[in-house]
Write a protein that binds this ligand. Sequence first.
Ligand code: AP5
Ligand code: MG
Length: 214
Amino acid sequence: MKIIMLGAPGAGKGTQAKKIAAKYEIPHISTGDIFRANIKNGTELGKKAKTYMDQGLLVPDELVVDLVVDRVNQDDCTKGYVLDGFPRTIPQAEALDKALESMDQKMDYAIDINVPDENIVNRMSGRRACVDCGATYHIVHAPTKEEGICDNCGGELILRDDDKPETVQKRLAVYHEQTQPLIDYYTEKGILKTVDGTVDLEDVFKAITGILGE
Ligand code: AP5
Ligand code: MG
């Protein structure tokens, strides 16, 4: 099963992608997580990506496409995967389709998690991410057992650099301009499914499993 998660920054793509990956036993591929790991490790890719990410801008397509195409060609992806944060532009979607076609494959679902902009800024200011394993929490909606400590690995929790309200506004503007057109793109392909992302995260997951099947 090959799945794309669509939705504004903070809509809950990462939260739901992790749950999908665990239930259906497929890898969770997050381009944002890949860039953050590269930034943490001080790689050339990380240095380049950081200059865009800190401004709330998209990293150029040429730095993203090959990375994802290589990743979905790895052995653990034969049963499928869930893409989180990719594609994010029409050229990325077209490049992905072309790569899949050459392997005689196609995407099964594009799930759009719908959350209005008003809810997003508030959500992002409450998000906390683990510096070590990347797990995400929310101080109100998905709290850790012990404040400031990751349930998963005991790492320290931080507010992401790009979750400051002014950067979130920029990310939302970039989303509407460059990523939202993908909703029409995947509607035309006949694989778009929309879920309401404003309800409790377990209810969002129920709506998704209703689409993907038990
Ligand atoms: P990325 O890491 O992908 O960020 P994003 O798309 O802005 O999305 P987020 O990770 O912020 O949100 P999310 O939808 O995953 O929400 P989450 O589940 O955490 O990308 C970062 C940057 O990298 C980009 O800005 C760009 O520069 C670059 N980049 C990445 N991919 C790229 C690409 N393909 N091309 C070019 N550039 C790229 O949830 C948010 C919070 O809400 C959490 O605290 C969570 O606990 C909480 N929450 C989740 N669901 C609910 C719910 N139902 N109710 C209440 N709270 C909830
Ligand atoms: Mg995410």
